[in-house]
Design a protein around this ligand. Structure first.
Ligand SMILES: Nc1ncnc2c1ncn2[C@@H]1O[C@H](COP(=O)(O)OP(=O)(O)O)[C@@H](O)[C@H]1O
Ligand SMILES: [Mg+2]
Length: 275
């Protein structure tokens, strides 16, 4: 649970963050972003915008990818994250669910969850941790002894999120949880994100699927080639012409009927969905 400080105070502040890879490619070019305690923040942007890079900077995993913070600072609960290694990030409550799920396919569902809980020092409450996840994802309870590789894509994503929750995050970092999933499953993932947040966890949700992300989030930022180009409340951004045009597939010159028809059939707006 996150709440040692009041809602409205930032749990995360990113200031003027510049990140390069291999000393050459500038992936982030001076990013400013804030996540308030107890909120869901969406970070939207197309492929290559720098979304995963930002999460890597937060989870201490940049250097595994030959990336480096060149400038700026990241304050997590007021403390500078500079030089903090991945294990310490997790134990301080910053937990990333990486892009592409990366579950252990040969281990069972429950073994995957156990692996997620290894970072939690105290023993007490471990069975409550499993129960919380099984309540949230009943399908994982049914499949707890099955090999994780046998789960569907959506179930694997839920397992990846569940594994992250086992580390008891204060700020959960989700990297494109909707990727490659069917619209119905994406809707469920949006609801799960709201539920996780209701239970007291702040969330930074990276997505290309603006429809789902803006529904789940309180506020949102749009990243455009390493810079924040837009930010505001999720409702405001969902209404903005730029977001509609770029991420919701709505041209401003379209008739209201066509826009409404697309909203009812999201498959047509987001061609990256594979199902
Ligand atoms: N390990 C890496 N080495 C070099 N360049 C990288 C590496 N990872 C990402 N990049 C580059 O950094 C930019 C941002 O990538 P990324 O953060 O993965 O974007 P996104 O997650 O928004 O798709 C892209 O130009 C990408 O090619
Ligand atoms: Mg990415």
């Amino acid at each position: 649970m996150s709440s040692t400080s009041a809602p409205g105070t930032p749990i995360l502040q990113i200031r003027d963050l510049v990140v390069t890879y291999g000393g050459a490619v500038q992936a982030l070019r001076g990013v400013n972003l804030t996540v308030d305690e107890g909120s869901v923040v969406a970070l939207l942007g197309s492929n290559g915008a720098g979304k995963s890079t930002l999460l890597r900077a937060l989870s201490g995993t940049l250097r595994l990818h030959r990336g480096r913070v060149e400038r700026g600072e990241i304050l997590y609960r007021g403390e500078n994250l500079k030089g903090r290694d991945p294990a310490r990030c997790v134990s301080s409550g910053l937990v990333q669910v990486p892009e592409g799920r990366r579950i252990f396919t040969r281990l069972t569902v429950e073994e995957n969850l156990r692996a997620g809980g290894l970072s939690v020092r105290e023993r007490g409450g471990r069975s409550a941790d499993y129960q919380r996840i099984y309540d949230m994802f009943p399908i994982l309870a049914e499949r707890r002894s099955q090999r994780a590789g046998l789960l569907s894509g959506g179930e694997q994503q839920m397992l990846a999120i569940g594994r992250g929750l086992m580390s008891r995050p204060s700020l959960l970092l989700l990297d494109e949880p909707s990727l490659g999933l069917a619209p119905r499953i994406i809707g469920q993932i949006g609801e799960v994100i709201r539920e996780i947040n209701r239970q007291g966890t702040s969330v930074l949700l990276v997505e290309q699927n603006a429809t789902m992300a803006l529904r789940a989030a309180d506020t949102a930022f749009v990243l455009d080639v390493g810079r924040v180009s837009l930010s505001g409340s999720a409702d405001e951004l969902a209404q903005s012409d730029a977001v509609q045009r770029l991420y919701l597939g709505h041209g401003t010159d379209e008739s209201a009927e066509r826009v409404a028809a697309r909203a009812e059939n999201p498959k047509k707006q987001l061609t990256r969905w594979s199902e």
